[in-house]
Design a protein around this ligand. Structure first.
Ligand code: URA
Length: 233
């Protein structure tokens, strides 16, 4: 792993701040000041930031920019899955925390930690998820209010929890929901007489899709991102 990646993943600093800390001489690898962010950290090396030892989180925690056309499943012999986009040694270890439809793009979390994925997806935690939604028709005031108040969906016993709507343009909104019912966003928009043309997940809690990740690419979550979705004791 590159040194800036190691520092970022273990300290919670952003990649940019990690690079700054490295070039400022605050980082040592096995006691030696190392100012090159690109240098590789040898296995079992002791890395310190301001003389404090840094340790990588146990387990695997990844974010992926899911492309359209891959399914959110662990394995499927007939269709490509998001897990197929990982190298085999990672693919073997992780599962998906919060699925997306085949045609939905954006933030997908993958982890080897079952308790952590439970915290992300548990309905009791009601972790907010924000989607950029492109609509077939302009969203009128009445529909917007209905989304914000909660909507009865066919086959569900309770109305959806109040959602937040941010209008980017007549036919593009950012919708934040706190549940993960099957096809929820598409069903909510259909219930107000509209139709979802494209759907992109931007964030889950405080974890925001890294704009540097091209579709199909992934990176490790930082310690801060991992911690951000964990309930305090
Ligand atoms: N809601 C949907 O309808 N589809 C998704 O993929 C995610 C949320």
């Amino acid at each position: 792993m590159r040194l800036d990646q190691f520092v970022s993943n273990s300290s919670g600093l952003s990649r940019k701040d990690s690079k700054r800390a490295i070039s400022a001489g605050r980082v040592r690898v096995d006691g030696k000041m190392t100012k090159s962010a690109n240098s590789r950290v040898p296995e079992h090396a002791k890395v310190t930031l301001d003389n404090q030892a840094l340790t990588l989180p146990d387990g695997l925690y990844l974010m992926m920019n899911k492309p359209a056309g891959v399914i959110s499943a662990t394995n499927d012999s007939s269709q490509p899955t998001a897990i197929d986009l990982l190298p085999p040694e990672l693919a073997r270890q992780v599962h998906i925390a919060g699925r997306l439809d085949k045609d939905t793009t954006g933030l997908l979390l993958l982890t080897s930690d079952g308790q952590w994925s439970h915290q992300v997806t548990s309905p009791r935690r009601a972790c907010p998820k924000t989607y950029r939604v492109t609509l077939a028709e302009p969203l009128d005031e009445h529909a917007c209010q209905a989304l914000e108040q909660g909507i009865e969906l066919k086959g569900e016993q309770k109305p959806t929890l109040p959602a937040q709507v941010l209008q980017n343009s007549a036919t593009e909104i950012e919708l934040t929901i706190r549940e993960g019912k099957y096809h929820q966003v598409k069903r909510m928009l259909a219930a107000v007489g509209n139709h979802v043309v494209s759907l992109h997940r931007q964030s889950i809690g405080d974890i925001i899709l890294d704009p540097a990740l091209a579709p199909g690419h992934y990176r490790s979550l930082t310690a801060q991102e991992i911690q951000s979705v964990v309930e305090p004791d």
